[in-house]
Write a protein that binds this ligand. Structure first.
Ligand SMILES: *[C@@H]1O[C@H](CO)[C@@H](O)[C@H](O)[C@H]1NC(C)=O
Length: 258
């Protein structure tokens, strides 16, 4: 459910404000846990220390140590990186702090969402798009309509495997009525027997929704053909009736003796 939901929970650990004359100084530290997967496999812990909006030193769990960005920060980073206790504690924060809190956070978000009050499932459709310049490539558009909240991921699968190239997507477009829509385009060279699907993940789903592309004619096209064929049949029937009527009349006229 929370896949693609980038949640950051922020905790200001320490704030200090000094006032001297007209100037004010502001220092602080910001802990961030950044992730976008359900299983927290991409969880990153960032512990940044800043002064007057400038980051002095920062721990990034992907890097695994402190990095300094100012003279003072570089010295601090050196000190802290040489302290095994500090380093060990920071490295443990991904599990101890981030994943632990993400679980609590996610479960309460899930509870709210499960009441269906705050999320609305998208309607998902795949359509074939005519290429403006012709060409051999075919283009499909996967559209998700009327969903809430805004964050969503739309991706493409070819025989169940993710496709990343030749994909372009719009932003989530606001309808102006709390709902959003999004359109993702896939350019591809059609191959017979290949299954193309669109995968949509949204907070309103328990698991991603997969819609398969049906290369047979879309309903509107089928309707056009049905209407056309009916018209043709009707035309033939009327023409035949007219011909029979004409034949009968002309026959009758010939047979009448004068
Ligand atoms: C953390 O480090 C990784 C690897 O260097 C980098 O890709 C990522 O952007 C960093 N995150 C932040 C918030 O600085």
């Amino acid at each position: 459910m929370l896949k693609s939901n980038l949640l950051c929970f922020l905790l200001i650990l320490m704030l200090s404000v000094f006032t001297g004359g007209a100037d004010a100084y502001f220092g602080g530290s910001l802990d961030r846990c950044i992730y976008s997967t359900r299983d927290y496999s991409d969880m990153v812990y960032i512990d940044a220390y800043f002064f007057n909006k400038i980051i002095d030193v920062q721990f990034n769990s992907t890097v695994g140590k402190f990095v300094g960005y100012t003279d003072r920060g570089v010295r601090t980073a050196e000190n802290w990186n040489n302290n095994p206790d500090i380093l060990q504690q920071e490295r443990a924060e991904v599990d101890r702090y981030c994943k632990y809190n993400a679980q609590i956070d996610d479960s309460c978000v899930r509870d709210v969402i499960n009441t269906s009050l705050v999320s609305v499932k998208p309607t998902v459709k795949i359509t074939s798009v005519k290429q403006p310049h012709g060409g051999h490539q075919a283009m499909l558009m996967c559209s998700a309509f009327r969903f809430y909240p805004q964050r969503i991921t739309v991706s493409w699968l070819k025989d169940g495997k993710p496709v990343t190239s030749d994909v372009t997507s719009t932003e989530e477009l606001a309808n102006g009525d709390w709902y959003y829509q999004i359109h993702s385009h896939l350019e591809y060279t059609p191959k017979s027997g290949e299954k193309i699907s669109c995968m949509v993940d949204h907070a309103s789903f328990n698991k991603p929704m997969i819609v398969d592309w049906d290369p047979s004619l879309p309903e509107s096209e089928r309707n056009k053909i049905v209407i056309g064929a009916s018209g043709l049949v009707l035309g033939i029937v009327i023409a035949a009736a007219g011909l029979i009527y004409y034949k009968k009349k002309s026959k009758g006229r010939i047979l009448v003796p004068h």
